[in-house]
Design a protein around this ligand. Structure first.
Ligand code: GDP
Length: 363
């Protein structure tokens, strides 16, 4: 599965957000094992309104959403790359995640200490980014020495790694995160270097309750920074989300509408995390269940089938495919077939987001 690590300075609202995410998930889906796996790891259902539509047409008994894992990573403070706070242990946790959700404090509250003095989300963002860049730089500088030696002894693999690392080191020395210097087509190779600043980032602005619908001056400043970096931003009030997570589905909508909010901030965080990871969803629909499955962008049909079961990939023959909109417009598979909207696709087919699939395979 894929996961997002929640990072940020102390007292910015990370745990409040994490708890709201995981509590809502367990409240929403009693028939699915969304749970807190470890104290700081939670699996969360990915909300998708298409599921209910498909289940209605397919007369499914059950709906099974797909899920995303969130990890609450506490302990980052200024100096973490030198071992301050939980230091190295904290950094090891960040290396493991696929994407970073960076929570920034955008609310004033005199009762809640800010470790850096006053509220300033851009300064906070820079403190964290600097620690991560320093740790990445140190790790690369250490590794490249041995690789350069091997490369001089005509080790081609080592030479390729040196070539991959050089522009990353140069960027980090200039104070730019590694994600700004990934050579075209080298995404996977860079991913294997396990750096922190090469991972995609989503900024979550934690604003006061009154600014949840509109954002505030703090979150506007973060938005400007994110736009310049090509990063994503979501504005939430963790305090509101904590309340929402305690409500049932019906009360929730009413509560949110009362605050001028059209949807829950958590749903937006989950959706943004999903996009950040480049994930796509396809569906299987049957009388027993309508289910969402997660794949990565560009994945072909046999690999998409393997998400359900490895045997599906090995014995893959073909898949019957109906695009989501066609499925709804034609009122299901039979109608889609009549209308000529059901396609038979082979092993080179790149599965599209929203495809309703039925795999044919040999066992
Ligand atoms: P963490 O250290 O980043 O995990 O921060 P916590 O989630 O533990 O929050 C620190 C404190 O800030 C707690 O007392 C929270 O109740 C409070 N807090 C979190 N989010 C908000 C918010 O949106 N508004 C206000 N006023 N307080 C909040």
């Amino acid at each position: 599965g894929f996961n997002c690590g929640i990072v940020g300075l102390p007292n910015v609202g990370k745990s409040t957000l994490f708890n709201a995410l995981t509590e809502t998930a367990s409240a929403q889906a009693a028939n699915y094992p969304f749970c807190t796996i470890e104290p700081n790891v939670g699996r969360v259902a990915v909300p998708d309104p298409r599921l209910a539509e498909l289940a209605r047409i397919g007369k499914s008994q059950k709906i099974l959403p797909t899920s995303l894992e969130f990890v609450d990573i506490a302990g980052l403070v200024r100096g973490a790359s030198r071992g301050e706070g939980l230091g190295n242990q904290f950094l090891a946790n960040i290396r493991e995640v696929d994407a970073i959700i960076h929570v920034l404090r955008c609310f004033e509250d005199d009762d809640i200490t800010h470790v850096e003095g006053g509220v300033d989300p851009l300064r906070d963002a820079e403190i964290i980014e600097t620690e991560l860049m320093l740790a990445d730089l140190e790790s690369l500088e250490k590794r490249i020495v041995a690789l350069q030696k091997k490369a001089r002894g005509n080790d081609r693999e080592a030479a390729a790694l040196v070539e991959l690392m050089e522009p990353l080191i140069a960027a980090l020395r200039e104070g730019r995160p590694a994600r700004t210097a990934i050579p075209e087509g080298q995404e996977e190779a860079v991913r294997r270097l396990n750096l922190m600043t090469s991972k995609p980032v989503l900024y979550v602005c934690n604003v006061d309750e009154g600014s949840a619908a509109t954002g505030n001056a703090f979150s506007d400043s973060v938005r400007a920074r994110a736009e310049a970096e090509g990063a994503a931003v979501v504005v939430v009030s963790a305090a509101i989300e904590a309340e929402v997570s305690q409500l049932g589905a019906e009360d929730r909508t009413e509560f949110l509408e009362g605050l001028g909010l059209s949807d829950s901030g958590l749903d937006r965080v989950i959706a943004a995390g999903y996009r950040l990871l480049g994930l796509r969803t396809y569906f299987t629909v049957g009388p027993k269940e309508t289910r969402a499955w997660t794949i990565t962008a560009g994945m072909r049909a046999p690999q998409a089938a393997a998400v359900i079961h490895n045997d599906f990939e090995r014995g893959f023959i073909a898949c019957e495919t109906v695009a989501y909109d066609d499925y709804i417009q034609c009122n299901g598979e039979a109608g889609a077939k009549e209308a000529g909207k059901l396609r038979i696709e082979g092993r080179d087919y790149v599965v599209q987001d929203g495809d309703v699939l039925l795999f044919r395979f040999n066992v």
